[in-house]
Design a protein around this ligand. Structure first.
Ligand code: FES
Ligand code: FES
Length: 158
């Protein structure tokens, strides 16, 4: 089947998609968007998180056909047209919240969604929003610092 959808604001099509093919596979292998990572392919780690019509989802668990005529936003869409980092991306860099980086795309997408809807999150809000995203490297504290920093920089008290 053919899947037509909008990815990071641009119309995209993928042909010969089989029914069980995941959105993650289509993004990475057919559309050349490898930012979303495949760590478990079981909905456990959050490294594949994208937004589907604005809502964070594990793209490894979403059939590509479910994205038909819908909007998908991936980590590649966070940076500006000129490649400048978004506030949450810059905050992850500045807070030292990235080690191996495998979890980072999913965390960025989830954190970006949080700050869009809750610009001054409490620590509890941050922990809840990122609870589906596993990181085996950082111990999470610097990730929390990064989200706090991004919130502060965008003009909201934490
Ligand atoms: S790869 Fe999708 S949740 Fe782990
Ligand atoms: S930085 Fe390595 S898994 Fe999070």
């Amino acid at each position: 089947m053919r899947v037509s959808f909008t990815v990071n604001g641009r119309p995209q099509e993928a042909d010969d998609v089989w029914e069980g093919e995941s959105l993650l596979y289509v993004l990475r292998e057919r559309l050349g968007l490898p930012g979303s990572k495949n760590a478990c392919e079981q909905g456990e780690c959050g490294s594949c998180t994208v937004r589907l019509d604005g809502v964070p989802v594990c793209s490894c668990l979403v059939a590509a056909g479910q994205a038909q005529d819908r909007r998908v936003d991936t980590v590649e869409g966070l940076a500006g047209e000129g490649g400048e980092l978004s506030p949450i991306q810059q905050a992850f860099v500045d807070a030292g919240a990235v080690q191996c980086g495998f979890c980072t795309p999913g965390l960025l997408v989830a954190a970006d969604e949080l700050l869009e809807h809750n610009p001054s999150p409490s620590d509890g809000d941050i922990r809840e929003a990122l609870s589906g995203n596993l990181c085996r490297c950082t111990g999470y504290e610097k990730i929390l610092d990064a989200v706090r920093l991004a919130a502060a920089r965008t003009g909201q008290a934490v």
